[in-house]
Design a protein around this ligand. Structure first.
Ligand SMILES: [Cu+2]
Length: 150
């Protein structure tokens, strides 16, 4: 009986490990699929003081990677949305530059001339959100656009 009992315990342990392994593998697949769902959009900033495109469409609840392409410019430009409901904002670029007030915006990305910056975020509510460049005079010269969250 002892030998038999030991065999069943061993089998039970291996069975548990197999199920745990399958569960981990399933989780890993989910992560990979989430990564594929990032919606990358590029907005080109130019020294002509315009964004191209000036209208960007994304989906509520979907991860967005917004690339501010300033590679053909000489000046620093940024892209700021003062008020937009967003989650999990992660910015890479000229983070310490190009905005008038850190506390006064929900979304910001900046890039020095010849560089690009990116900001990842998840918009949570449909709506139309104006974005601007906060460098002095740029917004007044028409460096504005709209992010449409559907
Ligand atoms: Cu600008």
């Amino acid at each position: 009986m002892n030998v038999s009992g030991s065999w069943w315990k061993t089998a039970a342990v291996f069975g548990f490990l197999a199920i745990a392994g399958l569960a981990l593998a399933a989780c890993g697949n989910d992560d990979a699929e989430d990564g594929d769902e990032v919606n990358e959009v590029t907005v080109v900033a130019s020294d002509l003081l315009a964004f191209e495109p000036s209208e960007v469409r994304v989906s509520a609840g979907e991860r967005v990677r917004l690339v501010l392409d300033n590679s053909d410019s000489h000046d620093l430009h940024d892209l700021v949305i003062h008020h937009i409901p967003v989650e999990d904002v992660h910015e890479e670029g000229a983070e310490d530059a190009g905005h008038d007030d850190h506390a006064d915006h929900d979304l910001h990305v900046a890039a020095h001339g010849g560089e690009t910056g990116t900001v990842e975020f998840t918009p949570t509510e449909p709506g139309e959100y104006e974005f601007i460049c906060t460098e002095p005079g740029h917004e007044a010269s028409g460096m504005t656009g709209v992010l449409i969250v559907e």
